[in-house]
Design a binder for this molecule. Structure first.
Ligand SMILES: NC(=O)c1ccc[n+]([C@@H]2O[C@H](COP(=O)([O-])OP(=O)(O)OC[C@H]3O[C@@H](n4cnc5c(N)ncnc54)[C@H](OP(=O)(O)O)[C@@H]3O)[C@@H](O)[C@H]2O)c1
Length: 408
């Protein structure tokens, strides 16, 4: 089996640096995250009091008129979680952004977790730094899959496709196949990932980076995730997915399908979610018009990026759009309310085109083609460097350095 080694990922290094800060030691272990310990502690199982062990039950909530079932961490007290997975070994395949976050959270939650990555590769080194021990909890991919009962495929999406011919025969009857994206299974014509018919196939997709999965857990919070079932052989697939969602650090989960997850995720990340080009494109367009009309880089950056990210976006996140508008001057409010429908109208056709491009497989094809290149990391780094060198972001560095709380 050949899993050729690739070079390091800057993002993962940054994630690891952020995650390496130990959480404050709790006076009393009362929540999942408070039980999280930094570094390389061995898996441990906890016993909860009867009150802590009591499940609250699944809730149906009203989301703007639509009733949806949600699954919460409180549905799975730790004692119940430990009992549920007492005979399972979670084999986490891949130790990138998600592998790191999900793996450490599951380990801190007392799950029996092992990691499978290419021996000698960057992930192998990183996993050792995080306390996974070769021969005990860290194995080559093939060996980890053989030892695991729940196979959590957290390789990059392109790698899931590339390695599938070696991985597939090892997913034997009785195991569970887990993904964090619908990509591989839904776009099977392109990825050739066709799960064996005799295993449960489930998904837990955190709505955030692996770095956030870890930091929210350590802060006592939990990432929102979606859960889905692709194949239910045991009749317990959904239950297993929600339990795993809690084990990897989710706070609450909503149900979806593999197809809806991959469509909405690819669409969202290409649209307005934080790494989306809409925000970058909007910032750039607004900045360029200000510059073309004689405004200084500092003024253009402050009016475009700094005010939005530092002052207004957090208000939208915390309290909603109307609250943010109410916090602005009446002059700003009037203009914003007048221009919002104009931007909506201008953007709607772009979003329709984007959704179609996701649905017809163009986006998946592009991602697979690019990320399967041997030079994908260097090629990506080159493109990101070009962005970093744009005037707007160079101006941003100086603006940020003037913040009183700035740290180089
Ligand atoms: N990142 C996110 O924000 C996010 C959010 C939600 C869901 N997801 C999903 O979670 C899954 C994992 O994503 P990720 O971002 O964590 O991935 P990633 O950071 O890109 O992880 C890459 C992992 O794949 C391994 N790998 C790459 N090419 C390989 C090959 N040819 N053979 C064997 N191993 C190979 C790497 O090992 P080496 O170090 O040895 O190269 C590394 O362990 C994906 O399905 C993704 O869509 C991601």
């Amino acid at each position: 089996m050949s899993f050729a080694v690739r070079s390091s990922q800057a993002i993962r290094a940054a994630s690891r640096r952020a995650a390496s800060k130990a959480p404050a030691k709790p006076a009393q272990a009362a929540s999942y995250s408070l039980l999280a310990r930094a570094g390389a502690a061995a898996p441990k199982r906890w016993t909860l009091t009867p009150a802590q062990s009591q499940a609250r039950g699944i809730k149906t909530l009203d989301f703007a008129g639509a009733k949806e079932t949600v699954y919460e961490r409180s549905d799975w007290p730790l004692a119940k979680l430990h009992d549920y997975f007492k005979n399972d070994t979670l084999a986490l395949i891949g130790y990138g952004s998600q592998g790191h976050g999900q793996g450490l959270n599951a380990r801190d939650n007392g799950m029996n977790v092992i990691v499978g990555v290419r021996e000698g590769g960057e992930s192998w080194k990183q996993a050792q730094e995080d306390g996974w021990v070769p021969g005990e909890t860290l194995f080559p991919i093939e060996e980890a899959i053989k030892r695991g009962t729940i196979i959590m495929n957290l390789l990059s999406d392109a790698a899931q496709s590339q390695t599938w011919p070696q991985v597939a025969p090892l997913i034997t009857k009785g195991k569970t196949l887990y993904f964090s994206h619908g990509f591989s299974a839904v776009f099977k014509e392109q990825t050739h990932v066709v799960p064996p018919p005799d295993v449960d196939v489930i998904l837990v997709a955190p709505k955030g980076s692996g770095r956030t999965v870890r930091t929210l857990f350590k802060e006592g919070r939990g990432i929102n995730s979606s859960v889905a079932v692709f194949q239910d052989v045991t009749g317990k697939a959904l239950e297993k997915a929600t339990a795993l969602g809690v084990a990897i650090g989710s706070g609450y989960m909503y149900e979806t399908t593999f197809e809806k997850e991959v469509y909405s995720d690819l669409y969202g990340e290409r649209g307005v979610s934080i790494d989306g080009p809409l925000i970058e494109g909007m910032f750039l367009a607004q900045y360029k018009v200000l510059r073309a009309n004689g405004h200084s880089p500092s003024e253009a950056f402050n009016e475009t990026v700094e005010e939005a990210t530092q002052s207004l976006f957090p208000l939208i996140g915390q309290h909603g759009m109307d609250y943010m508008y109410n916090a602005c001057s009446t002059t700003a409010r009037r203009g914003a309310l007048d221009w919002a429908p104009i931007f909506e109208k201008a953007n709607l056709p772009v979003f329709e085109k984007l959704y179609e491009s996701v649905k017809n497989g163009t986006e998946t094809r592009n991602a697979l083609e690019f990320n399967s290149r041997d030079t994908y990391r260097q090629d990506l780094a080159k493109e990101l460097k070009e962005i970093d060198e744009q005037e707007i972001w160079r101006a941003g560095k100086t603006v940020r350095s003037l913040r009183p709380d700035y740290k180089a």
